[in-house]
Ligand binder design. Structure first.
Ligand SMILES: [Zn+2]
Length: 282
């Protein structure tokens, strides 16, 4: 059974491939304790054919793997531009739009390396998705649950929305391509967004809901037809101050109005535009 990719093997092989031209060795990653960084990639000033990787040794194994894969991404994609890369926490697998391009590219590289899309597509098709299933896939890839959920949103054909709450406010929100095409989006209630009444996200007595609770889709998404249902899932991290919400909506036909929007990113920035009050919201 194909399992998690061995980053040590990738690191050792790279200098012998066209991706490692001019490099003799990438040294084994070393942990460090500096809270200021998540990871680093640097060229040895005394021996320019040698590069090194360092990672925050205080974080979880899965996060360390993502960081090392991210640094390997810088090595392959960006080492011609800079001799050192200091990557902070924000830049690792958050996918936020304000990241510098090279950070986003290194994140994409890491996601592709650790969670190959064709495998993931195989594993999530033809089965009923819940958080047990996604957690098991995260374990197989040896990635964090959060990173896997973000990847799931990118590859699922279902209408799905993922929300990351930090201390009661939305930090990030991702929608699957079919959610974007069918114009499924969450009711705006504040800036930053707070959990909506009647949802599990707003229910402090519920820490975890891995099986999903069925409810009317309109509770979350005001533009959904009344008969539409969704399943809401909830996962709380650590001291419950960080929460992931996954919404899986019943399928729907793309809405004509949306066909002019070719990709999710421009649509999401349109959403942001609206929520910033720069356009009147109906
Ligand atoms: Zn980086």
């Amino acid at each position: 059974m194909p399992e998690a990719i061995d980053l040590d093997v990738v690191r050792q092989m790279l200098p012998g491939t066209p991706y490692g031209t001019g490099v003799r060795e990438i040294r084994p990653p070393v942990p460090f304790d500096d809270e200021a960084f998540e990871g680093m990639l640097a060229r040895n000033p005394d021996d320019q054919e040698v590069w090194g990787i360092a990672y925050n040794g205080k974080t979880r194994h899965e996060r360390q793997r993502f960081t090392i894969a991210h640094e390997l991404g810088h090595f392959i994609l960006h080492r011609g531009q800079q001799w050192s890369f200091n990557c902070d926490k924000q830049s690792v697998h958050t996918g936020i739009a304000t990241l510098r391009d090279i950070e986003r590219e290194a994140d994409d590289f890491a996601s592709n390396l650790l969670m190959p899309g064709d495998l993931l597509r195989d594993w999530i098709s033809n089965q009923r998705i819940d958080l047990h299933v996604l957690s098991a896939i995260a374990k197989r890839f040896q990635v964090s649950f959060e990173a896997l959920c973000i990847r799931f949103i990118k590859f699922t054909t279902q209408r799905a929305i993922l929300v990351y709450w930090d201390n009661g406010y939305v930090k990030y929100e991702w929608r699957s391509s079919s959610a974007v095409k069918t114009r499924a989006r969450i009711r705006r209630n504040a800036d930053p967004q707070e959990p909506l009444p009647g949802t599990l996200a707003a229910d402090a007595s519920v820490d975890q809901e891995w099986d999903g609770t069925e409810m009317s889709a309109a509770i979350w998404c005001p533009e959904e037809a009344r008969h539409m249902k969704l399943r809401e899932f909830k996962h709380s991290f650590g001291a419950r101050d960080r929460v992931l919400t996954l919404l899986l909506l019943e399928s729907a036909e793309p809405r004509a109005w949306d066909r002019s929007w070719q990709d999710g990113e421009s649509f999401d920035s349109f959403d942001q535009f609206v929520s910033n009050g720069q356009l009147p919201v109906r």
